[in-house]
Design a protein around this ligand. Structure first.
Ligand code: 3HC
Ligand code: NAI
Length: 706
């Protein structure tokens, strides 16, 4: 669009010699190139215009300014640059005041810090979330904030990414005044009137003395550096933040600013920035399933949960935490009491940690009721089934629900693998049935796979997405297949890990390589945590349908035959002696593996950690491509979000499909073809991967809104 015809993103109005700038760039007033250009122009004009005595910046809409326009990162930078806009605001000889409501984040806070005075609405927040995007505050934030509030508080703010509420921001000295009125324009004008009446000077953050105590500031910087080196697990930007704050202490302001700019550009160029920003947008895109646009959600006020085991109890807690009354159904009184105890334990531990009071615990539990009769679900708007993973048991439960529930109630199954369409077909109201696949622990894990069978009504799917928002979960729409998106892909990743193990690497090396890549746990640690018996039961169930030509590694079966099911039995791929939190390597496991290699006639090879990762990732990406190709996932980004929120995939890599784009699809395909020379059946390249590679395209090209 021609600039001349673009609507302005900065509203201007002169009120008694105060130039009011209304920042109006919906949805969140991000600092786009247009906004930067208009701000710069207006401030320059204000400086020389005699009719203007002061400038007041207020935000239109819900926020003051949410920060830089994240969509611009990774594209050629467009002038004017934000640090220059901030420098110009600070240099202005007329008083500039920022009136913050909603939130001033990242570059938004930097604009406010460049102003000469700041007031904040009592319910507003300020913060530097850049670290979560692989960045650092790059418009003077690392230089101005420490001068205002000291090195320690600034580092806490920038390294955590967590926002401060108005009171804390005021106590620290980041803002000058808290206001309680609704009308920020009126509040801002009143404040400016006071400032002008008192002949308040132009006061620049660059001149503030928060770093005067060098010894204290240096100690804070060193403490942050040693802590960050320990905990940042390969993240690039945290150490750069510390470097920039150190520059604030050691260099003149302008030199500090240029160093900050330099470090910011390094972060912008880092693949971590690309991965984290992909995750930021993908996390929002997953909510936009087609059904959420075409229909309205049903209203959910009361919830039933069938089964009070690990998952049923966790789901009940998730629902209670979101404010729903919950009715739990169990097979008998004893199991029901156990279910209640599981729920109570969660709140007891919160009380013990001081996170909630006894009264709050008691209050939440008044919303829990239990029964062994399905009649208790007569008024439920939604029922989530979480009984044993057996088709016949689930179908029997759904037949009961069919009889007991009111018309229009949504019936959901938490099955991990079973055919949701077959479960739906077992009752007379298939349009009301879908899968809600929570992850363990269900009250903590953010991922919710919304499994959509062919016959379900669109408004039921839309309701599931609305529910996810209420539960503060991240929903991913999945089609029906064995394991849906997550468990299906994970099974192939795990199989690749087993092949590598049988071919010569120890489970300990494989886990270490996966951790080094950024997973919190390797595949065998995950197996020990989930319980070896669960996978074993699934393998036995599939034994008759497995392709006899497919490679089958029996090592896990040998371990399970000994009753070693992982953490819960004190032994699995690792040993878990009493008092030791993580597993220790077990020579007996290595002996079992040796014996299995011998039985299978395999001469062990050695693998580098890099080769291990190459295989694990190729397996995950290839199956991810299959899942997209078959329409089980709407887009590659849905696979990414599934792995970021359900399986600990390192966020800074953006998810498996984003990672594939980063290394290049042709390189992934070449890997798969190389591995296929050993095992053509396992390493069949996904048709989608082949097609994209042939077209020179990437997964990102398929990520537009569904
Ligand atoms: N740039 C571009 N778009 C943004 C954005 C930003 N900084 N922040 C949010 N958006 C978009 C979202 O993608 C979403 O778009 P969509 O409707 O098309 O999906 C829309 O704005 C609304 O966002 P949310 O759904 O997240 O709305 P909420 O009201 O729930 O949350 C928020 C609002 C708290 C502002 C949240 O969006 C947020 O945390 N945004 C990111 C803030 C941030 O990280 N700022 C720092 C940016 S980096 C920076 O400033 C560098 C500087 O130092 C140089
Ligand atoms: P669990 O064995 O801990 O709990 C199952 C509960 O269901 C038991 O309390 C049992 O008494 C109850 N139950 C069995 N039949 C019942 C019936 N007819 N009526 C009422 N209650 C009945 O099992 P878990 O781990 O909670 O799994 C439940 C479901 O959740 C399974 O489908 C499983 O695949 C799925 N799931 C499990 C995950 C996990 O990590 N454990 C993760 C995600 C899904």
């Amino acid at each position: 669009m021609d600039n001349a015809h673009k609507p302005s993103v900065l509203k201007q109005e002169l009120r008694n010699k105060v130039l009011v700038l209304g920042i109006d760039n919906p949805p969140v007033n991000a600092l786009s190139a247009d906004l930067r250009r208009e701000l710069l122009g207006v401030i320059q004009e204000a400086d020389t215009n005699d009719k203007i005595e002061a400038v007041l910046m207020v935000g239109c809409g819900r926020y003051f300014i949410a920060g830089a326009d994240v969509r611009e990162f990774g594209k050629p930078p467009l002038p004017p640059f934000l640090p220059d806009v901030c420098t110009r605001i600070e240099a202005c000889n007329k008083l500039v005041v920022a009136a913050i409501h909603g939130a001033a984040l990242g570059g938004g806070l930097e604009i406010a810090l460049a102003a000469h005075y700041r007031l904040i609405a009592a319910d507003a927040k300020v913060g530097f979330p850049e670290v979560e995007l692989g960045l650092l505050p790059g418009a003077g934030g690392t230089q101005r904030a420490p001068r205002l509030i000291g090195a320690k508080a600034s580092l806490d703010l920038m390294l955590s990414g967590r926002p401060l509420d108005a009171r804390d921001a005021h106590e620290l000295g980041l803002v000058d005044r808290i206001v309680y009125g609704e009308d920020m324009l009126a509040e801002g004008l009143a404040y400016l009137k006071e400032l002008l009446a008192a002949h308040a000077p132009v006061r620049r953050s660059r001149d503030a003395g928060g770093l005067a105590d060098h010894t204290k500031s240096r100690a804070a910087i060193e403490a942050a550096r040693s802590e960050t080196t320990k905990v940042s697990r390969g993240l690039f930007s945290p150490l750069k933040i510390i470097e920039a704050v150190q520059a604030a202490l050691e260099l003149p302001f302008n030199e500090g600013l240029s160093l900050e700019r330099n470090l910011f550009l390094q972060c912008i160029d880092s693949p971590q920035r690309a991965g984290l920003i992909h995750a930021f947008f993908a996390q929002r895109e997953v909510f936009k399933a087609p059904e959420t646009r075409s229909t309205k959600a049903r209203s959910i006020n009361t919830v039933g949960v069938v089964g009070g085991g690990t998952m049923g109890a966790g789901i009940a807690v998730a629902m209670l935490d979101a404010g729903f009354p919950v009715t739990m159904i169990e097979r008998d009184e004893e199991s029901l009491a156990r279910g209640r105890t599981h729920v109570e334990k969660v709140y007891d531990s919160l009380v013990a940690k001081g996170r909630i009071t006894q009264e709050a615990r008691a209050d939440v539990l008044t919303r829990w009721t239990g029964s062994t009769s399905y009649h208790a679900l007569a008024h439920a708007d939604l029922v989530v089934e979480a009984v044993f993973e057996e088709m016949t048991v689930k179908q029997a439960v759904f037949a009961e629900l069919d009889r007991a529930c009111k018309p229009g109630a949504i019936l959901a199954t938490n099955t991990s693998y079973l055919d949701v369409s077959a479960i739906a077909a077992s009752c007379s109201r298939a349009p009301d049935v879908l899968g809600l696949h929570f992850f363990s622990p269900a009250n903590i894990m953010k991922l919710l796979e919304i499994v959509v069978p062919a016959g379900v009504a669109a408004d039921v799917v839309a309701t599931a997405f609305a529910l996810a928002k209420k539960l503060q979960k991240v929903p991913v729409r999945a089609g029906v297949c064995d394991g849906f998106i997550g468990n299906r892909i994970f099974a192939v990743y795990r199989a690749a890990a087993e092949h590598i193990m049988e071919d010569g690497a120890s489970p300990y090396q494989i886990d270490r390589a996966a951790r080094h890549f950024g997973f919190p746990m390797g595949p065998f640690q995950v197996a020990d945590l989930a319980g070896g018996d669960i996978g074993w039961a699934a393998r036995k169930r599939r034994a008759n349908t497995r392709d006899p030509k497919a490679r089958y590694v029996q090592i896990a079966d040998r371990i399970c035959e000994r009753g070693w099911f992982g953490q819960k039995t004190g032994r699995g791929f690792y040993r878990y002696p009493e008092g030791v939190r993580t597993g220790v390597q077990d020579p007996e496991i290595e002996a079992i593996i040796d014996a299995e290699r011998l039985r299978a006639g395999i001469k062990p090879n050695s693998f580098t950690d890099q080769e291990i990762v190459r295989r694990l990732m190729a397996a995950m990406i290839n199956e991810g491509a299959n899942v997209v190709h078959q329409g089980i996932a709407l887009r590659p980004l849905d696979v990414d979000i599934t792995f970021l929120f359900g399986y600990g995939f390192p966020r800074y890599r953006g998810g498996p499909m984003k990672y594939a784009d980063t290394v290049g699809l042709s390189s992934v395909l070449a890997d798969i073809r190389e591995f296929a020379q050993q095992d053509t059946l396992f390493w069949q390249p996904s048709p989608l991967l082949v097609k994209l590679t042939n077209n020179g395209a990437d997964f990102a090209s398929l990520n537009q809104s569904a």
